[in-house]
Design a protein around this ligand. Sequence first.
Ligand code: ARG
Length: 598
Amino acid sequence: MQTITVQLEAVFRKAISKAFGVQADPLIAQAVNEKFGDYQSNAAMGLAKQLATKTGQKTNPRSVAEKITENLELGDIASEISIAGPGFINVRLSGDWLRKQLASIGGDPRLGIETTANPRQVVVDYSGPNVAKEMHVGHIRSTLIGDALARTIEFQGNPVIRQNHLGDWGTQFGMLIAYLDSPDRKTPVDYEVHIYDTLGVNKSENTGTSPQTQVHISDLEEFYRAAKVEFDKVPPFADRAREIVVALQAGDADIVAKWNMIVEASRQHFQPLYLRMGINLSRADERGESFYNPFLAEVVNELKQNRVAVESQGAVVVWVEGFESPLIIQKSGGGFGYPTTDLAAIRFRVQQLGARRIIYVTDARQIQHFKQVFFTARKANWVKDVDLEHVTFGSILGEDGTPFKTRTGGTVKLKDLLDEAHQRAFTLVTEKNPELPESQRQDIARAVGIGGIKYFDLARDRTGDYVFSWEKMLAMDGNTAPYLQYAYARIRSIFRKAGLPRGNHEQIQLQTSHELTLAKHILRLGEVIEVVGRELKPHHLCNYLYELATNFSGFYENCPVLQSPEPTRSSRLGLCEVTARTMAVGLDLLGIEHPEQM
Ligand code: ARG
């Protein structure tokens, strides 16, 4: 089914053309006030102006609206058309038409939402943790937002390539390897990496040869800190670290092997976290900075040849309009940095992956970086017909309004956060449902705990900061994951009580205003998905789902389902079914689980 907006657009476009012989955007929008209707066309005002300039005569927008209305061929879509204010045309959808729409979409797993007529190859670049650093809350937003966007854009019918642009290259590896290899280290380093199971539990504790005397590189973050201190204060150490970087870049087998093991240790750290959070990122999606190393010199050369880049004080730079300092693509010592890597990545994504839309999800501190990188790529002519979009987000704050920290002031580790969420949710579930078997309570706790964290992040406009609050994210009331999950489970429990596997959408009759409101809302999912795909803001979908749950509550509190006589009972069960499926599709797009029972 085409979205209601698209269907109305077609009818209005035709009416405008018939009435005035012009093509104009009917400017269809959801009605501001439900009192007047469900959708409105705001075209009459602009059209009146346009006609006035054309004919040289003053034209009254209200009469334009009237003339459009006379030419509308709405068939059975509308039960009422009215003109309000200066010339807004309001349309109220008819119950019968709504019923038919529900009957036609109810059997479709996609709920009648069509795939796009113009699919584009999309690359979504998200998560991008840095090797040798623990994944902390700062990475969580990129991971969650990027994942929800990738799912949504894919659902729209676009092929999506996920790219995890790991920070796996650079001078820090020189320090780290030099540190791990120091001959005067009291404890030899065991380069063997830990084996983690899928929940991030270290399973290799007992398999190491002699754990007391060996240090595992899974403590990378700590080593990195220590290495940095030594680097800054011991010149021979710093020299050694630099030599190692050169050797790494030259492909020295021994150094590359050590680097590989460090990257692997990091991977063993973040991969289980993705799995646990239901993030669709696997090894196959990794293309870290190191991948682009072989292309960097070429990229700089090309930019020099194109005259996009120029030499300046021994470095190679790109001057970007509106910026005081240039983008440095090759340092005076010959080294390349983060910007060059991103330029190589754009080129690769367009030329090798066929990208037509590239979406980068990082915090707002990288706005300048991406502006300069995008400018350079455009000027180099690498991105004709390619949209480059930087999706930014604010910070997560503690209750005191400063950046989120542990009680002792340290950075909050993602793993600890997930553990605590699960634990808290388990307590809640146990209070509510002590009789459920423990394994089932654990499953629900995972869904609610992880879902709670994810949803709390996704549900607000990403451009703002937000205050992290366990109480709020796990609340059973309000715009939270548990509330939506509970709404879903409650519908499923109606069917369990009725002894039916599901309801039949073909039997839906829309009688009360509660049923009509719910039906109209269900039919808007496709429009909301379009907004998310365009604006790249998942909170629109969250708000939609929250409203779906509240509309369902309104219906359920006012319209008896199982107690009603037939055919009302079956009709309402059908409506319950389509509501549950709409909720499930929406939560799936956000990557949030929806247990059948809570
Ligand atoms: N590793 C980077 C960071 O932690 C994020 C990578 C973002 N993607 C990119 N193509 N630059 O800030």
